[in-house]
Design a binder for this molecule. Structure first.
Ligand code: SF4
Ligand code: ZN
Length: 712
């Protein structure tokens, strides 16, 4: 059979499986049964994206199938195979969706992930823009051997590439002991080829969430996925017609396919590449997609990659644990005169891991001293906060917490491979200096493990932390000369600009004013540019002529004006990777806040995903705004609308996390004690989606919003 005909044949084949799945689902549940994928505001997103069609009930799938059928024209033209390929992905989505008709968790209890939530799509926003994840690979079907499967997966992992596995390669990965899951960026999507549709759904949702591409805009999706998502496919021989049909869809989205099937596949430059040697898959793939990866060489005996950042080391697997909650531990970065620093000196004072009983807790204090002409003392906290990510990226090392509340676990495997404390120092040296080499000239690391010394130094470190907090607390929007832009997210959300101020961090939660300042000094032409705020237009809403000029310039004219402190008048845009979303609640004239981590309903009758879909893509949407968690306790949060007293609902976990700071702000602004207790959460409500019940609870708690002017 000719190459194109094989694609049409595969596409037809998937279409008939989809038709049978729909018939079976309707026979079982009736055609009026609801059809909703869990935790997404973009139900059946492939249908929504490419056809602009909303699927609500099983009967809608009949129309969807008819649409797909029309897409397979069997014309011998490239455009026709692309269409058939996308149709195949849409049919695949239908097959998978039918598994979700009766349950939100059809893959529960299996090793497969299935559908991705909107929160998962959003979570990848920041690592994508910072290039921590330089690309995505979908690996289909079993490799020639288990070892080749493992080598390929690990090779990608070490380069930070996000790996989606489909089909029997998942069993091979399992047999080789590869840890799989969203946090370690190797996801076993599903056992059958149509599970690929979950990845397609992931990509088109990225286009809708970050790029504001609207359903039905076929060309818009094609362009977005090609230009912005650096994805590609590796398919092992023999590639059957079904896989080929999905491959055509991938190619249509701009994702090249690399395969070792030399017999039946016709190569197309930059698009379908033949590579007989699976060992060279990685190189061929990265080249095809033009992905360049900077690898920092670190002198340690274990693998190091951002892919290991989310890895969990369980108690039975740990050699030792450095535990700040039980022992005297801390990590501290200090800025010193370069003359006092011996570059790359890593010293250990006290016993190493060998001398500690396996499985037990130990003291450890890390002091990193850095120096350079342009290193401001304020940057110590910027570097220090990165230690968490830096240490976590070592395979077999887990780090949580900060300052004197750290916990570091080192695995038995790492210990057996010769990993010792000095290697933590090597990581800190290589990353802190390497990532900031434009300003850091010298760096040295001192590690203390002697209990008495750790106790003494901990008191010293706490003094440093206290002084630092006092200094940071005194930084307000009024006291600093400049704000900063951050346009990192423009690689996904082309017109979005964050204006970062001391009292308003970037909406991803990862960029504070100090981070932006440091980033500007490291790379003066980079994402963070200086924004003066001398020409005030309206102090109440935080409108400035110079800020507007900056926003206009850096959004390439997409945005004319923005207010820093209002959600109703010219609010800041949202890119899509925000930690929290807040939205107006008309009955109480207040605002409801929820976070990516909270999957439940809110009193707006919407979940996080649904609220989040009200804004994004760099567009202003008065009444809805994405923001960082720590902005909530700022005196500038909702300032124009009356401040934090307008907050009428938050998830309990978020309240708990921010309680101290929110209470202090409310005390300062309104003289209210324990304000957090007045904000209802999911535990206070019988029906978390009922605004009338919310109103009653607010009245019973004496919440201040009820005494405020109506908003609209
Ligand atoms: Fe993106 Fe804004 Fe965070 Fe920068 S500060 S990474 S633009 S969300
Ligand atoms: Zn973003």
């Amino acid at each position: 059979m000719k190459f194109f005909d094989r694609i049409f044949h595969g596409s037809n084949d998937i279409f008939s499986v989809a038709t049978k799945a729909v018939d079976a689902a309707i026979a079982e549940h009736g055609e009026d049964a609801t059809m909703a994928m869990p935790d997404t505001a973009y139900n059946m997103s492939c249908q929504l994206a490419y056809k602009g069609q909303k699927v609500m009930k099983l009967k809608d799938l009949k129309t969807a199938l008819a649409n797909i059928n029309e897409m397979n024209t069997r014309e011998q033209r490239t455009a026709a195979i692309f269409k058939a390929g996308i149709g195949t992905a849409m049919a695949g989505e239908i097959i998978e969706a039918c598994k979700y008709v009766n349950t939100a968790t059809p893959y529960e209890g299996t090793k497969y992930h299935g559908h991705f939530s909107d929160a998962e799509v959003r979570e990848l926003g920041v690592p994508l823009v910072t290039n921590d994840i330089p690309g995505f690979v979908v690996i289909i079907d079993p490799a020639p051997s288990e070892k080749e499967a493992a080598d390929l997966i690990r090779g990608y992992q070490e380069r930070g590439i996000f790996v989606f596995l489909v089909g029997d390669i998942i069993d091979q990965a399992e047999a080789m002991g590869i840890e799989m899951g969203f946090p370690v960026r190797v996801v076993a999507v599903g056992p059958e080829i149509w599970a690929v549709s979950h990845v397609v759904s992931f990509c088109v949702r990225a286009a809708m969430i970050f790029g504001a591409i609207e359903g039905g805009d076929w060309d818009g999706f094609m362009e977005y996925t090609f230009v912005r998502l650096h994805a590609f496919v590796n398919a092992f021989a023999p590639v059957n017609d079904r896989t080929l049909a999905f491959g055509a869809g991938a190619v249509a989205m701009g994702f090249p396919v690399i395969t070792n099937d030399m017999n039946y596949i016709r190569p197309i430059p930059k698009t379908i590449l033949l590579q007989p040697n699976t060992k060279d898959f990685i190189e061929t793939s990265l080249e095809a997609r033009d992905i360049h990866i900077k690898i920092t060489k670190i002198d340690i005996p274990v693998a190091y990659s951002t892919a290991f950042e989310g890895e969990i080391i369980r108690r039975p697997d740990m050699q030792i644990e450095i535990d700040g909650s039980r022992k005297d531990c801390f990590e501290l970065v200090e800025i010193k005169d370069v003359k006092e620093i011996e570059d790359h000196s890593i010293q250990l004072f006290g016993p190493d891991i060998d001398e500690i009983t396996p499985g037990s807790k130990m003291e450890a204090a890390f002091i990193v001293e850095v120096g350079g002409k342009n290193v401001s003392p304020d940057f110590a906290s910027v570097f220090e906060r990165k230690i968490h990510a830096y240490l976590n990226c070592a395979s077999g090392v887990m780090h949580t917490g900060q300052r004197d509340m750290i916990r570091i676990r080192i695995s038995k495997d790492d210990f057996d491979n010769g990993f010792r404390l000095k290697h933590l120092g090597e990581i800190l040296y290589a990353k802190i200096k390497g990532d900031h080499d434009a300003i850091i000239e010298k760096c040295q690391v001192k590690i203390y493990t002697d209990p008495a010394k750790c106790k003494e130094l901990r008191a010293y470190a706490n003094d440093v932390f206290n002084q630092r907090d006092e200094r940071l607390g005194s930084l307000t929007d009024e006291t600093v000369e400049n704000f900063y832009t951050c346009i990192l997210c423009q690689s996904f959300s082309p017109s979005h600009v964050c204006i970062v101020t001391p009292e308003r961090l970037g909406l991803c939660g990862a960029v504070s004013w100090l981070d932006a300042k440091a980033s500007n000094e490291l790379d003066p032409n980079g994402a963070c540019q200086i924004v003066p705020h001398q020409k005030c237009i309206d102090e109440r809403i935080g409108a400035y002529e110079d800020v507007n000029e900056a926003v206009k310039k850096y959004s390439n004219g997409a945005l004319e004006q923005v207010s820093l402190y209002s959600i109703l008048e010219d609010p800041m845009t949202s890119c899509g990777c925000f930690e929290c979303i807040c939205g107006i609640e008309p009955m109480t004239s207040g605002f409801v806040i929820t976070t990516r981590d909270h999957v439940g309903m809110t009193p707006l009758g919407m979940t996080f995903s649904e609220m989040a879909s009200m804004t994004g893509g760099g567009v202003q949407t008065p009444g809805y705004m994405g923001h960082g968690k720590h902005f909530i306790a700022s005196k500038k949060f909702l300032k124009a609308e009356g401040g934090i007293a307008r907050v009428v609902w938050m998830p309990a976990a978020l309240k708990e996390q921010l309680a101290e700071k929110i209470n202090a702000t409310a005390k300062d602004l309104y003289g209210i004690d324990n304000y957090v207790d007045m904000i209802p959460d999911e535990n206070d409500m019988q029906d978390p989606g009922d605004p009338a019940e919310l109103y009653e609870i607010l009245a019973a708690k004496g919440h201040p919003v009820l005494g405020m002017e109506p908003l609209i």
